[in-house]
Write a protein that binds this ligand. Sequence first.
Ligand SMILES: [Zn+2]
Length: 484
Amino acid sequence: MAQTITQGAQVTTGDYRRQAQAELARLKASVPINGRARNVIIFIGDGMGMSTLTAARIYQGQKLGRDGESFTTAMDSLSHAALVKTYSHDAQVSDSAPTASAILAGVKLRNGIIGLGPEALEDDCAGSKDKAIPSIFAFAQGTGRATGVISTARITHATPAAAYAHTPQRDWEADSDMPVAAKSAGCLDIARQMIEQPVGSKLDVILGGGRSNFLPATTPDPEYTDKTGRRTDGRDLVAAWRKANPTGTYVWNERDFAALKMAGDGKLLGLFEPDHMRYEADRAGDKGGEPSLADMTRTAITRLGNRKTGYILLVEGGRVDHGHHAGNARRALEDAVALDGAVRAALDMVNLKDTLVLVTADHSHTLVMSGYPIRGNPILGIIRGLDGQVVKAKDGKAYTTLGYANGPGATVDAPRSDPAATDTIALDYRQQALVPLAGETHGGEDVAVRASGPMAHLFKGTIEQHSIFHIIHAAMTAKVGGAN
Ligand SMILES: [Zn+2]
């Protein structure tokens, strides 16, 4: 993308008034959809805070050659919204474990913990035994609904794990991650919970990364001959899943995924990388190929949609978070745009009269969008002012619209470089940051939840994150076709 300035769609006073009147008419015509949500699709952009939403909107519009600032994303098109408080039981700024559990299990818990109430302490296996809190996936399975979990991260990572696992340590993804004491106290690693425990073993569709957590350390990876599994208990959990699901299908590359019968009704397990799946920006270069988040979403909706009693599906854009931690806004924005593509794919397929679609984030990041760039300035570019000239800071150097409060983009005891001397739009460019840290951190401000479909109108004002579970539950149990 060249550093050029695009022209906005609205150019006159009349244009803006007509735009606002059209929006007003749309808002007045919007009526709440009461009745039961037969189906629920929950999209979580990991780390997709407000500044990421705005920057990704502009980025998506500019990539399409449109006016980025006024562009409407699929997420923007949802009818209702609320602000969401993301603190955890014990932290002002939270990680994905308690926040995903708040969304999916309805309680605030401590940082680092998945699916156990606030009484449970991190790493305390013995003390966690009676603290499990059931997720909305457990509830959905109890009502006969089909269930699916998709993530571009490892499928054992905190956010997807919150759908099916209970653990006092989010890092216990494979048995080799666990201390001996936790194993002997009877705790199971997250991968094993997914294959053996009630909720995980009943999942109809599982698509994501993290294959190595399911394979023995002695088993070579099918895609990378120099890699093996990570398990030291000798268990091959992929083989165990296939044995337990003789009519199911296991895939690990894009070719086999693309050859799937879309409407096939057996269970589906797809593990496309030993670790996280690729960033969207790097996906085309993958050895075995990987489906896009939109492709996985379409396949899941088609297969889960066979269930007469409905379904619930979690779709996580897991690597928005990782791009930010690396101080690399472009990869984060590309993944946010990919998640928006998955939302668009879902909205094209479902009937909002019976399907609640919501999009939220577990927590934010320290990304800021600042300065006074001219309208249409490339969102990843250096700032040009309203006169089109590069704006200089007090040190005589240019600066970018996007930056981070902390992270690897900061210099230690050295002046910052001049971003005008480098290509700030390049894929690997790291935005400048203030406080030097190895990894950029999460942000603690509110995030958005946006929704359409049955009971979506309950998402309004400013709400607690764990209320999201209770709103979803209310939508799933509302009187069919009735008021509440
Ligand atoms: Zn994170």
